[in-house]
Design a protein around this ligand. Structure first.
Ligand code: ADP
Ligand code: MG
Length: 704
């Protein structure tokens, strides 16, 4: 039995949050720090010294001996280097020390992080700078090690961003500035800041640790590179929202507790569509904090799983044939006076402000579909987007019938009526009437309006959410900038006419991006092509849009990424793709040479002996011979395909140009590995289960 827990007591207990700051900081210090957090004003060293000392005392009381500047390099993971608080004294003892300088600035040796040529190794220094808008927290582990973590941005000596946080913060500034302009001209004079908010739903798989340890592919690449489908997949639809098994519930409970301690508002948990697949959703927060928290969520899931003899797989497509994992990035804009700018209210047709902000998003997404696609272009996602699984690689917006009607009506100059409150008729008198959502939830759209926010569903499950949100913020900033300029020019008297004109122009130019039908259908692919919407099938291809002159102009204009920073990112992500595919391919070669082929060869040897023995006693060996023939044929084919794969790897490495090298890995290596897999999976179907050297799909997916 578990001890009863007091969630309100646990929640945020490991966070240096507002309550702790209020309690522990002198009033003046607290006020100065708050000003910095809210208005981005610089922090004086005096204030930093006081904050650092209070933070250290708090952390030590909670068992910490070390602190770390916690940052997010371009690997997509997080990084930390722990320093203890100790400082020697003259009498050979130590005291515990933590200065304002140590809090606000760090200098990790950064030579081994990807920089895309922004920094050569001889000037390897990188700097970390405290991001006080995301609260410091304590990380604890099962053996009660406690570390004070200070969220930081990471940049080079020459101030170029080497991380995911810096441009995210810059993009939040950009969208805030332009949104405030729009609100001002529409008559709202009091709003000073607009924050982009995000609630990322995280999907994941859990498998037994013992299975995991027997599979090199899972260990090195996070996905099963081989494996025939189990007799059962997800066709019975019995996993989605199914009753949660005890072992999983135990894991989820521990996960919640760990997340709550760190102030992460884990809210929803359920079984997902594929066998052994699950989801966790937090309550939304400021984008920056949501991004930090999502990193912690992924890390904590993996850590806690191990305590339960489970392994958490965050890969986008760990198992062929069943659904992969994504992250639903719910995004909106909220004002410092508490308005959600994507809230339509009860009469959306009259809500000019709402319609303007929605128009901005339609404009932004249509113009920059390629960049949104690029922001989700990691190697794992290639196996989801545009492959045999949803969401598709074509970016479109779902608005739902009512909003589409309103927008189209305005565009055509018609008077649009609000539909008023609708009720769903359940047909049973004793059940309450349910108010009908203005949007019936289309689950196939990659960018769906879901009542008061947009849900971007392309993001990969293993990816940092920073990249996608940087793009959403910056493209929204550009559209809002354009709209603000038009409205400002129109002046007070022409304001409403111009607002209508903006909606009309948006629908005319960008209405093509709205699609309310089934995005998974073949007809949509044809229709999207007719509309001129891009269908970018692979990450490598999509990433090219990050480095175009048009992208440089956009990101530089809103001071989110410089040309150098963009080019560096393009290079780093391509390199990441190459390395990732290379690891997978080498794991395939390794497993085939050292596990599958020897097993099959042993089997054919025994089978051949059986055949000759049966012959010597004049008994029929028809069945054995047939099997031997089939297995041998596949064995020979697999062996040939292995050679093809090995040659493809070698050739791809020899390609000098990075883009071409990535293409070689995508078009040759991935394809060759896929071909090899077909034979191995076919062999798995013919061989005795007792001889198969690795756990099967059925064992991995159905035995928990
Ligand atoms: P589902 O999409 O699974 O039906 P919900 O609509 O309740 O679930 O919410 C999904 C996620 O969207 C949650 O993380 C929620 O906090 C988040 N969300 C809700 N409102 C906003 C908002 N204004 N901005 C960003 N995220 C939001
Ligand atoms: Mg959702």
């Amino acid at each position: 039995m578990h001890k009863q827990i007091d969630v309100t007591e646990i929640f945020g207990s490991n966070v240096f949050n507002d309550r702790v700051m209020k309690e522990r900081l002198p009033k003046d210090t607290y006020k100065a720090l708050k000003k910095t957090i809210q208005e981005g004003l610089p922090l004086s060293l005096d204030v930093a010294n006081v904050v650092a000392s209070a933070m250290k005392d708090w952390a030590i009381e909670k068992g910490a001996t070390h602190y770390t500047h916690w940052f997010q390099p371009l690997t997509g993971r997080t990084a930390e280097k722990h320093d203890s608080f100790i400082a020697p004294t003259e009498d050979g003892t130590v005291i515990m020390e933590f200065s304002g300088k140590q809090l606000t600035q760090g200098e990790p040796d950064a030579s081994s992080f990807p920089s895309g040529g922004l920094r050569s190794t001889f000037e390897a220094r990188g700097y970390t700078a405290w991001d006080c808008t995301s609260p410091a927290f304590l990380k604890t582990d099962a053996s009660e090690n406690v570390t004070l973590c200070i969220p930081t941005a990471f940049c080079s000596y020459t101030s170029e961003a080497l991380d995911k946080k810096t441009p995210l913060l810059r993009s939040m500034e950009a969208v805030s500035k332009q949104a405030v302009r729009v609100l001002k001209v529409l008559g709202n004079k009091t709003v000073r800041r607009v924050t982009s908010t995000v609630g990322p739903e995280q999907e994941y798989f859990l498998i037994d640790k013992a299975c995991y340890e027997k599979r090199l592919d899972l260990i090195v690449s996070g996905r099963a590179l081989f494996g025939a489908p189990a007799p059962k997949g997800q066709e019975l639809e019995d996993q989605y929202f199914g009753a949660i098994k005890d072992r999983i519930a135990d894991f989820m409970r521990d996960l919640d507790i760990e997340l709550w301690k760190m102030g992460i508002s884990s809210k929803t948990k359920h079984n997902e569509v594929a066998p052994s697949q699950y989801e966790m959703a937090p309550i939304f927060s400021t984008t920056n904090i949501a991004a930090d928290h999502n990193q912690l969520v992924m890390e904590t899931m993996q850590k806690v799983a191990l305590r339960h003899n489970l392994v958490c797989l965050l890969h986008e497509k760990p198992f062929a044939g069943v659904n992969g994992s994504g992250k639903h990035n719910n995004w909106s804009l909220s004002t410092d006076d508490g308005q959600n700018l994507l809230e339509p209210g009860r009469t959306p047709a009259e809500n000019e402000q709402f319609l303007i902000f929605v128009s901005a998003m339609i404009m932004a997404v249509d113009r920059h579909a390629d960049k949104l696609r690029a922001s989700c272009g990691n190697p794992g996602n290639d196996l989801r987007l545009g492959a045999n699984e949803a969401p598709p690689a074509i970016i479109s917006i779902f608005m739902g019938d009512e909003f589409t009607e309103i927008l189209e009506g305005i565009a055509k100059g018609k008077k649009v009526e609000n539909r008023g409150q609708h009720f769903v008729q359940v047909g049973v008198d004793s059940l309450p009437q349910l108010p009908k959502d203005n949007t019936d939830r289309n689950r196939t759209s990659p960018f769906a309006f879901t009542g008061n926010k947009f849900e971007f569903r392309m993001v990969g499950s293993s990816a940092s959410i920073s990249g996608p949100n940087i793009v959403i913020n910056v493209i929204a900033a550009e559209a809002l900038d354009e709209i603000a300029t038009r409205l400002e020019k129109a002046g007070k008297s022409g304001l409403h006419k111009e607002a209508t004109a903006i909606i009309r122009d948006t629908m005319k130019k960008h209405g093509r991006v709205i699609f309310n039908g089934n995005n998974y259908s073949d007809e949509w692919v044809v229709e999207a092509k007719r509309r001129g919407l891009p269908n970018i099938k692979t990450g490598v291809e999509a990433l090219a849009s990050m480095a175009t002159p048009e992208a440089v102009k956009l990101f530089e204009k809103y001071k989110v990424l410089s040309k150098g920073e963009l080019h560096a990112r393009h290079e780093i992500y391509l390199e990441h793709y190459v390395k990732h595919v290379n690891i997978e391919a080498r794991a395939s070669v390794h497993m085939v040479k050292r596990q599958y082929l020897p097993t099959v060869i042993g089997f054919t040897r025994d089978l051949a002996r059986t055949v000759s023995k049966l012959k010597s006693v004049a008994v029929s060996s028809k069945v054995q011979k047939e099997l031997l023939g089939e297995v041998t044929e596949l064995l020979e084919s697999a062996s040939e395909k292995l050679t093809v794969l090995e040659e493809a790897i070698e050739k791809a490495h020899a390609v000098k140009d990075l883009v071409k090298r990535s293409e070689a890995f995508r078009d040759k290596v991935v394809v060759a590995a896929g071909e090899l897999r077909k034979d191995i999976d076919a062999l798995e179907g013919l061989m005795p289960a007792s001889l198969w050297p690795v756990p099967t799909y059925a064992e991995m997916l159905f035995k928990l």
